[in-house]
Write a protein that binds this ligand. Structure first.
Ligand SMILES: [Zn+2]
Length: 425
């Protein structure tokens, strides 16, 4: 972080306290600049605009974005790199990232170094808002095998010290890292942190008491919630982000919702292409205002969230999400088109004893496989699960139980309790 980085961070921290109208103006100014830029420099968007007879000045605010069609990851992957990246930037100087392969298809992303800096600072703002102090040490559990180990200059001053740990490493390695690094702040997917908590319990470390845990992939079952409060004891803050959009939102304890990073990214919540009303659930579509090298404009994030109907109470002007439900394909689709969120599955399965781990996968419209790692599962429990699931999903759903010794997922961070293959086809 060079002096100008500190200025950017200060600017972002200040933005969150501005009133919604001022934040909207910041958003619109950034949107207009990005739209003009992509029209001039990115063939995919230029062609899109031209084919619809839209000029850059037609897109001036969030509401104008509806004139543009949505873009999916699959669409971008089907196009040559030169069409979806800026002709005005040399890609060699860009930083590259790979999106996680939850859809099974990883994609390489390019970011201009300046955009990367701002996106990182946006994460820092969320961490600070969540209670992290600049002098805290942070252990960041990453879903990738190769890690970033270069320290920034401010880390030598004892500020924002961060150490990446791979979720792919053995748990003994995690424990060793934790013992050496002694972080006050943890960040990672729920599943990874749960495995860490179990490993900490087994190893009998007593002195490890992180102050804050930032977890993403919001769905927390009761057992994990209990385990976290037993082992970590610190405060839990849910954060929501992606490689394509950076930090999208973070949980605010005063507002009991998530503040969107509206000055960095435009988040639209749509149901069948139309914006949902406050309190309603829909799919997330993002426009990353700092994505100049490989722009994401009306990009389908493939997550489901509920918009909040509340005004912020903490004094921040950043709009609120009520809840984050996970990926679109974590929802089970019924024959009548109704979609069931993973949350009721968690409530339902929590009541059943004798299960160490479980996972439900919708294979076809009327086929649901439930994998179970039993501890002492009785026949009555299985019948109870089946009846409860039929109650939730309807009698036409055929439910198959598969008892396994252990549910394996690679990488471990990608575990999902509920998933559906219907949406992917
Ligand atoms: Zn708040």
């Amino acid at each position: 972080m060079l002096p100008h980085h500190a200025i950017h961070l200060y600017g972002l921290i200040r933005n969150q306290w501005k009133n919604p109208e001022t934040i909207k103006k910041i958003q619109e100014r950034k949107l207009r600049k990005l739209i003009h830029y992509v029209y001039e420099n990115v063939p995919y968007y230029r062609n899109l605009f031209d084919s619809l007879k839209i000029k850059p000045f037609d897109i001036r605010k969030k509401e104008d974005l509806q004139f543009l069609p949505l873009t999916s990851k699959r669409q971008l992957q089907g196009l040559p790199l030169k069409d979806i990246t800026s002709n005005a930037l040399r890609l060699e100087i860009c930083k590259t990232f790979y999106t996680s392969g939850t859809t099974g298809i990883p994609m390489q992303l390019y970011y201009d170094p300046h955009d990367v800096t701002l996106m990182n600072l946006s994460w820092v703002r969320a961490f600070l808002a969540g209670g992290m102090k600049p002098w805290h040490k942070l252990a960041d559990f990453k879903g990738m095998k190769t890690l970033h180990r270069k320290k920034a200059w401010y880390e030598y001053l004892g500020l924002l010290r961060r150490r990446e740990i791979s979720a792919w490493d053995a748990e003994e390695k995690w424990i060793e890292e934790i013992r050496k690094w002694k972080p006050q702040v943890l960040i990672g997917y729920v599943r990874t942190l749960r495995m860490l908590a179990e490993a900490v319990q087994r190893s009998g470390i007593k002195e490890f008491k992180p102050k804050i845990i930032f977890h993403s992939s919001a769905i927390l079952d009761e057992a994990t919630r209990r385990l976290f409060s037993e082992v970590f004891q610190g405060k839990r803050v849910d954060i929501y982000g992606s490689y394509e959009g950076g930090c999208l939102a973070w949980e605010c304890e005063i507002c009991s919702g998530y503040h969107l990073c509206s000055d960095m990214v435009i988040v639209e919540v749509l149901n069948q292409g139309k914006p949902v009303a406050p309190g309603e659930t829909g799919e997330v579509v993002i426009t990353n205002l700092q994505s100049y090298a490989m722009p994401f404009i009306r990009y389908k994030q493939e997550d489901q969230v509920t918009l909040s109907g509340q005004e912020p109470r903490c004094g921040r002007g950043l709009e609120l999400l009520d809840s984050i439900h996970g990926r679109t394909d974590d929802f089970i689709t019924l024959q009548n088109g109704q979609r069931i969120s993973p949350q009721p599955f968690l409530y339902l399965m929590e009541k059943i004893s004798g299960i160490r781990q479980w996972r439900a996968i919708q294979e076809k419209m009327n086929e649901l496989n439930v994998e179970i790692e039993p501890s002492e599962l009785s026949h009555e429990s299985l019948t109870l699960i089946k009846e409860s699931l039929k109650g939730l999903l309807g009698s036409e759903m055929n439910i198959h139980f598969i008892l396994v010794d252990s549910i394996k997922v690679d990488p471990p961070s990608k575990f999902r309790f509920v998933s559906s293959k219907i949406n992917r086809s």
